[in-house]
Design a protein around this ligand. Structure first.
Ligand code: UT7
Length: 330
């Protein structure tokens, strides 16, 4: 008999700030229109954190909600993984800040930087830690305060992003969503396509970097778009091949919410009908690493799902990085 533990998501939680930034608010900030934003991205509004709401705070709120749903206490958590590209600080890590906020005193704490793919990278690491028998309960958190790094004079990027957090308790036992397969990829040759140029060791902060606005997020949108569709489709197909499932077997596709046109293109390439594709992009915009699990949390609250249902998660982001995960309800 095979006694190997099987990683499952026992509980999911999310947190979104109250404050809304609408397309008409953005029309007052940059040279854009509601019509352009809706037709090119599918976004109507996004949430923006207050000054007091930091990445760690939003992550802690999402983590508490996930712990409650999983019926696991903070003291039971062995490891906290935080996926973020907008940490409270470069040092210390955000995972440690959340560890103390939620009182997970036994937990080790590690940040992961894989931009918008961060949650899936975290899920993959959690699965490996649980299935190797190293840990029983791993808390995977994705939290982003993108508004701190967005240049609200740059219309190419400022309309796209919102703030928010999500979290999942990954355990070796209990009911939930079996993390069947995760497939990840990266291409560092294309690192320049999504970048915050200064503030790291290569270009430390200086008067010049501030004047050139190099501490803000930059993206070559059109280029990224092409890679996003191709890579997410590839990772999703790898996941299906590894499990012997077909696209028809998927109850819901839960994609990274970067752009409605990207979501529609992947669904079309994979022959997954629109009614099986879960979307939050219209109301939250792109919340980077946290987007996939925010959508997953809402989906699980809204829809009645059954034993053996399959969910396919796909994500793509700076790095470039990408990934897909197949979950099955236990
Ligand atoms: O989450 C991480 C991964 N990120 C993504 O997956 C994002 C991928 N990229 C995209 O979603 C899209 O490329 C964007 C939404 C960023 C841009 O859409 P696009 O259809 O690729 O537009 P574009 O960049 O080719 O720009 C078309 C035109 C340009 O004007 P010209 O040069 O044709 O005169 C832009 O200057 O649209 C202009 N433009 C805008 N116009 C009004 C760019 N941003 C805006 C704006 N409002 N906010």
């Amino acid at each position: 008999m095979n006694n190997k533990p099987q990683a499952r998501i026992r509980g999911i939680g999310s947190y979104l700030p109250q404050k809304i930034l609408s397309n008409s608010d953005l029309e007052k900030l940059v040279d854009t229109t509601n019509e352009w934003i809706v037709t090119r991205t599918g976004m109507n509004e996004r949430r923006i954190a207050t000054k007091e709401e930091c990445t760690s705070h939003m992550g802690a709120y999402a983590a508490r909600a996930a712990l409650e749903k999983a019926q696991v206490t903070a003291a039971d958590i062995d490891m906290i993984l935080v996926a973020t590209m907008s940490p409270d600080y470069l040092c210390p890590n955000t995972a440690g800040l959340i560890q103390t906020q939620i009182g997970a005193t036994r937990a080790a704490a590690l940040d992961i930087q894989a931009a918008c793919t961060g949650f899936l990278y975290g899920l993959s690491i959690a699965k490996a830690l649980v299935e190797s028998g190293t840990y029983k309960n791993v808390l995977v958190i994705a939290s982003e305060k993108m508004s701190s790094f967005i240049d609200y004079t740059d219309r190419n990027t400022c309309v796209l992003f919102g703030d928010g957090a999500s979290a999942a308790v990954v355990s070796d036992s209990g009911k939930g969503w079996f993390v069947d397969t995760v497939r990840l990829g990266a291409d560092g040759e294309l690192a320049d396509l999504v970048i915050i140029p200064a503030g790291g060791a290569r270009h430390p902060a200086s008067q010049e970097t501030v004047e050139k606005r190099e501490h803000f997020f930059r993206m070559s949108g059109k280029e990224v778009f092409k890679h996003a569709v191709r890579r997410m489709e590839m990772a999703a197909k790898e996941c299906l091949d590894a499990t012997g499932l077909a696209a028809d077997d998927i109850r819901w596709l839960v994609p990274h919410q970067a752009n409605l046109r990207i979501i529609d293109a992947i669904a079309k390439q994979m022959n997954i009908p629109d009614e099986k594709v879960y979307k939050t992009v219209h109301k939250y915009g792109n919340t980077s690493a946290s987007s996939v699990a925010i959508a997953l949390d809402e989906l699980l609250q809204e829809q009645q799902l059954n034993h053996d249902d399959h969910l396919l998660l796909v994500a793509f982001g700076g790095g470039l990085t990408w990934g897909a995960a197949l979950l099955t309800q236990t």
